[in-house]
Design a protein around this ligand. Sequence first.
Ligand code: FAD
Length: 394
Amino acid sequence: MTSVYPQASYDLVVIGGGIQGAGVALIAKRAGYSVLLIEKNTWASATSSKSSKLIHGGLRYLQTGQFTLVYECLKERQWMLTSLPNLVKPSWFYLPIYHDSHYPSWKIHLGLFLYRLLSGNGAYSQYKIIPKTQWHTLSGIQQKGLKTVFAYQDAQTDDAELTRHVMSRAQKLGVDCYENMECMTATRGANYSYQLELMHSDQQKNHVVHCKTIVNATGPWVNQVLHKLDPDVHNLPIELVQGTHLVVSPQLSEKCFYLSAPQDNRAVFCLPWKGKTLVGTTEITYQGPPEDAHVTAQEKNYLSTVVKHYFPAYHFLIESSFCGLRVLPRSSKKAFFRSRETLISKNSTIISLYGGKLTAWRSTATKVVTQLDKIFGRHSTVDIDSLFDDNSTS
Ligand SMILES: Cc1cc2nc3c(=O)[nH]c(=O)nc-3n(C[C@H](O)[C@H](O)[C@H](O)COP(=O)(O)OP(=O)(O)OC[C@H]3O[C@@H](n4cnc5c(N)ncnc54)[C@H](O)[C@@H]3O)c2cc1C
């Protein structure tokens, strides 16, 4: 049973109980480190429950030449489809092309071919063209001007459940995991080790722990947390980009649709989600404190317009909405053109994670453990393919 307070010292404290923090805690523990994982709210309460819930390579990242990211994510997708079949499920995604579509059919065809190639042409990596005679089965999709409909395979998950699953696996292997526990300050002592002051939401006074290294996996709070360190640590300039989803009912379809927004040609997904339909996402620069981000009326209108454009006979009700914040490198380029890879920044014994994909949590965590090994002068060998095998507990 976990005690009320963490113990006095650890090799590693992971701050942030989203998918990245949970993943690092799990793989670091498997590598033999003693680990404390803390989350100031509840597991997956931030970005890791606000994603599009896709386990994918990201077809659209091919356009921006992010081949390494797509390849890596497709490999991770394949592993999760095999290792976590109850949480990660394959789906067909339907992608309609119209006479006035921004992207011509040949470009999409080429993209799908590449996507299949990068996924190793294995199971769940097929694509096809839907014959015109079957267009009437596509949940009432607008047929005026419709030229081609592609379908390709990708995967969906429940992001929050996936995060909790990774966290419980870490806990089962011996990671000390605490929710409602916030890192207030971290002060560097001798040998570059740290003293952290932690505050549990139910307790009045801070609790002190010591550790050799810190992994800062706090998503949109990454630079705020670096400011809590004494001495202050250099941070990377970032921009937070808000992405909103609507949950609408009744459910449109069992099928997943990949649409191009008529307003600006951005990709918008319409996905089956717990008996309803998930529509998203938007992309707007956000400047306030991460906890204050909220869905705007313009975003609701933007996403509703996309749905009405493609499914004119679909009468839906917005049941709820949520938004998450992407952490992107600051740049004058549009959000779409910026890298979606996780940036791992190491500053002596502090490792900070910037951005990244839900899909790539295992490979990101593996890279972090390589950095930890450098700090500790070790060479860990972790069989990352068997993380969830029941007989593999060390
Ligand atoms: C709109 C949107 C859609 C996306 N869709 C997809 C998708 O379909 N597929 C995909 O692969 N990726 C997707 N992503 C990316 C993916 O969701 C994120 O990369 C991932 O969830 C980030 O996880 P994280 O652990 O880094 O951050 P978070 O989940 O935000 O976790 C950080 C945690 O740190 C905690 N924290 C902050 N400060 C402290 C402190 N001082 N002490 C303790 N805890 C603290 C926070 O409470 C929070 O829970 C999407 C992202 C967005 C924004």
